[in-house]
Every structure is written in C-alpha cells, then in structure tokens.
Design a protein around this ligand. Structure first.
Ligand code: GLP
Length: 264
C-alpha cells in the first residue's frame, strides 16, 4: 500500500482533496465512493473550496455512499444523508439524481434492497475512486471485525465499540442505531482506486494493523493489502505506530523527485 504521512489533519485533508480533484478533472463523470465520519470533514471542506474558488465541476460526478444507519430517516440530524448534505452536497453543483446513499428507513426485504444497491454500482460501471475512513477497531464502512472479505452491500450489526464511538454524535436521550446497511469489503475491493484516511492517535493501532499487520478478518481494513491501487493518507499521530515510517518517507521523497509539486 502507498502510505503518505502528513504533518497534521489540514495537510492530510488537502492531499486527499488534491487526489480527488485531479481525478474529477481527468474524468468529469467519475464514480466516487464516499465516506462519512469526522475524518472526512476536512476533505469535503477543501473540495467545496476548490469548487467555489477554482470551479471544480461536480455536475457529472456520480456518488455512492458507503453506508447508513438502519432505522434513521434521511432528515435525522445524525443520518449519513444529513452529514453528506451538510458537509458536501449542499455546497457543490452535484446533480441530486447522481447521489446514492443506502436508505436507512427500509424495514423489510433487506437482501433485495442491498442487491439493488450493489447492482446500481455495477450498472454505473463500478466505483473509480473510493474514499474510506477507519474505525478504531479497523472497520471500513460498517464492515466490523469478522466481516467476509468477499461481502457485498449488506445489513450489519454494529459492535459495541462502534456504537460507543458513535454515541458522541447522538443526544443522551436518543436511541443509538445498532445496525447499518454498508457496502461490503468485496464491494470496496472492487473499486478501481481506494484512499483510506486516518487522523489522531486513537487510530494509530488500527492503522498499523491494517497496513503492516497480518491480513485478517479481525482487522477489516487489512483486506486493502489485496488492493492493487490503495493509498493510505495518515497524519503523524495516526501513523505513529507504523514500523516502516522511514521507508514511507523515502518513497514520498522519491515520488516528489519524479513528479515535482506533489506534496502539500
Ligand atoms: C463510521 C463510518 C466509517 C468511518 C468511521 C470513523 O463508523 N461508518 O465509514 O470511517 O465511522 O469515523 P471517524 O472519522 O469519525 O473517526
């Protein structure tokens, strides 16, 4: 996996947005796989800035979000629908008809719904660039430890650790969702390029296990070691437990030599 070590969250966000915006410019009808979570907020902020200041055009971009809580309406302030609108979609010229986010309100026929979501991705020609965050337990999307590496979009029961991590987003009196619909690890691996982002010391163990640890269902993000075009962008704290940090810095330095102006 290519590992880009960035000094802080701002630099990480700029680098990710730089890669995404270049991809959008070279393929204006790109299919983007999008993630939610606090890590991604800075990337969306930067993409919105590029749209406003440099005219980055999202009018033909098609998006598929990774996941959504089950039992939550799109209008719920903590739904991933709401997150995407608030941090990204409301501020760029994306065609609402090109936005796909799993529907957290379905109450039956889950398998058919998930198969249809997967078919929509395939029908669009697959995801060109998938953005990911990572959970403290190494989850990607809502693929919790023990998820099959071949899984496609499915209904997932969340671990207690994930429910607890998400508690911060909900009011004390609110019921926190215990299930979600998520693209599978197999869906993620099928995308042409993957960017995984991590910030802060709380993610350091998950990052090291995902990038350098053994490939195991216990760390879902370790499946990305099988992806031919995966890039991890991590800040100093999130990358603090990586063993090959010096090597990653050497690679970044050499890459800069071959393609000057890349670092941000
Ligand atoms: C949720 C999302 C993941 C995200 C993770 C980390 O579980 N389903 O896609 O990567 O949160 O969130 P944060 O970036 O807030 O740490």
């Amino acid at each position: 996996m290519l590992v880009l070590l960035k000094q802080n969250y701002e630099a990480l966000s700029r680098e990710a947005a730089h890669i995404i915006s270049n991809a959008v410019r070279s393929n204006p009808a790109i299919k983007l796989g999008l993630a939610t979570g606090s890590t991604t907020i800075g990337v969306y902020r930067e993409l919105v800035r590029l749209h406003r200041e440099e005219g980055l055009d999202f009018s033909r971009v098609v998006t598929f979000n990774l996941d959504e809580y089950l039992g939550i309406s799109p209008e719920h302030p903590h739904s991933f629908h709401h997150f995407m609108l608030e941090h990204f979609f409301a501020h760029v010229n994306i065609d609402p008809g090109n936005i796909h986010i799993p529907d957290g309100t379905i109450a039956s026929d889950y398998e058919q719904y998930c198969a249809a979501y997967e078919a929509d991705i395939e029908g669009a020609g697959g995801i060109d660039l998938q953005i990911l965050g990572i959970g403290r337990n190494g989850h990607i999307g809502f693929n919790e430890p023990s998820s099959s590496f071949a899984s496609k979009t499915h209904l997932k029961v969340l671990t207690k650790a994930t429910v607890d991590d998400n508690r911060k987003f909900f009011a004390a009196c609110e019921t926190i969702p215990r299930c979600a619909i998520t693209m599978g690890i197999g869906s993620i691996l099928a995308s042409k390029r993957v960017l995984i982002l991590a910030t802060g010391g709380a993610k350091a163990a998950a990052v090291a296990n995902a990038i350098e640890g053994p490939v195991t269902a216990y760390v879902p993000a370790s499946a990305l070691q099988f992806h031919a075009n995966a890039t991890a962008i991590v800040d100093e704290e999130a990358g603090s437990r990586l063993k090959l940090k010096d090597y990653y810095r050497d690679v970044m330095e050499m890459t800069e030599l071959f393609t000057p102006g890349r670092s941000s």
